[in-house]
Ligand binder design. Structure first.
Ligand SMILES: NC(=O)c1ccc[n+]([C@@H]2O[C@H](COP(=O)([O-])OP(=O)(O)OC[C@H]3O[C@@H](n4cnc5c(N)ncnc54)[C@H](O)[C@@H]3O)[C@@H](O)[C@H]2O)c1
Length: 348
């Protein structure tokens, strides 16, 4: 399959690109290279026949039309987005422009190309979204997000993603564009940009700095190893039913404070510090405004309809992730001077 991947220089998009190439697909990686992008993430496939990088912005309709005309993809996997909740609190405009308006332009470019090609049945527009569109769950462990959970986004980021999900559904219903939608829980793993919780904790621990925990650390997230997400996305692309959505998650609910304590224990084991446990660096800081209490995914549809299950446990995945950051200091050091990295954002 020839796949147009948007946002393929980001965290999840690059995992998709690497896996798609490994599985013999052709990939056109379209990315604007914002602050969150890193071409080193796809350096391992850069010289592979069948891989092409195009620097373009999804808000630029003419550029999108040219990419469709030049490369004639069989499918689009749309991951380009502004993705950091804290940044969305400080500057929601970029989130509306890229996540909403950009998705609109990409849908229109895809629709024009698909119509021009005679509306091929096999074409797919796969929109990659988040469980944050469903809002915040109560503590009751029996309540989880299903594909039928009503949307209730509560941050500028999740509201912009919810908007884009609605556009994708509308383009499927109204124009017949063969769309697929996935809503995934929090990802972690190699190449995670050092502004998100897990890399922040690993890098601040190694630097001997306070490990910031928002509020009392009780907020629960449901964690999935990024390579398992990429595997799920390619499966949905190949086997998913157009018009249907799929919730993707790893059944790994953890309170933030417990997750951080686990990371500290892994670091204590792999890189012992004579001054004591890294957990001694934990510092509670002011909470994020509107901080959602709990996310949890019910991935029954992925399991029962598509036969997907994650390949690594959270214990294995966190250990692999910590090791990756220990082994790839050049990668993360090069990102530390990007705007906003290492500073507290989104305090409202
Ligand atoms: N990170 C998570 O835990 C998570 C979970 C579920 C869903 N998602 C979704 O998955 C997708 C990828 O997330 P991520 O964590 O890899 O994000 P990321 O921030 O690491 O990467 C986003 C990429 O999109 C590119 N981009 C941004 N604006 C663009 C524009 N206007 N035109 C073209 N490219 C642009 C950036 O340059 C970057 O390479 C997003 O849509 C996000 O909402 C993320």
């Amino acid at each position: 399959m020839r796949i147009l991947v948007t946002g393929g220089a980001g965290f999840i998009g690059s995992a998709v690109v690497r896996l798609a190439i490994a599985r013999g697909h052709e990939v056109i990686n379209l990315d604007a290279l914002t602050y969150a992008a890193c071409l080193a993430n796809v350096a391992s496939v850069d010289s592979t026949p069948g891989y092409t990088f195009v620097r373009a912005d999804i808000r630029d309709r003419a550029a999108l039309d040219a990419v469709f005309a030049d490369h004639a993809p069989d499918a689009v996997m749309h991951l380009a987005a502004e993705s950091h909740v804290d940044r969305s609190i400080d500057g929601p405009g970029d989130f509306i422009e890229t996540n909403v308006t950009g998705t609109y332009h990409l849908l229109e470019a895809a629709r024009a190309y698909w119509a021009g090609a005679g509306r091929p049945d096999g074409f797919r527009f796969h929109h990659i979204s988040t469980d944050e569109v469903f809002g915040s769950l109560p503590a009751d462990p029996s309540v989880r997000f299903t594909e039928d959970t009503p949307y209730d986004p509560r941050s500028p980021y999740s509201a912009s993603k919810a908007s884009s999900d609605h556009l994708v559904r509308a383009w499927g219903e109204t124009y017949g564009l063969p769309t697929l939608l996935t809503n995934c829980s929090n990802n972690y793993g190699p190449f995670h940009f050092p502004e998100k919780l897990i890399p922040v904790i690993i890098l601040k621990a190694l630097a001997g700095e306070p490990l910031p925990i928002y509020g009392d650390g009780s907020n629960i997230r449901d964690w999935l190893y990024v390579e398992d997400h990429a595997d799920a996305l390619l499966l949905v692309l190949e086997k998913g039913i157009p018009g249907r959505s799929y919730n993707v998650g790893g059944d790994n609910e953890r309170a933030n404070i417990d997750l951080v304590r686990t990371l500290c224990a892994i670091l204590d084991d792999k890189r012992p510090d004579a001054r004591g446990s890294y957990a001694d660096q934990i510092a509670f800081v002011a909470d994020r405004p509107g901080h959602d209490a709990r996310y949890a995914i019910d991935a029954t549809r992925m399991r029962e309809e598509l036969g997907w299950t994650p390949s690594v446990t959270i214990e294995e995945g966190l250990a692999k992730t910590v090791q990756w950051y220990l082994d790839n200091e050049d990668w993360w050091r090069a990102l530390l001077d990007r705007t906003g990295v290492g500073t507290r954002l989104g305090t409202g």
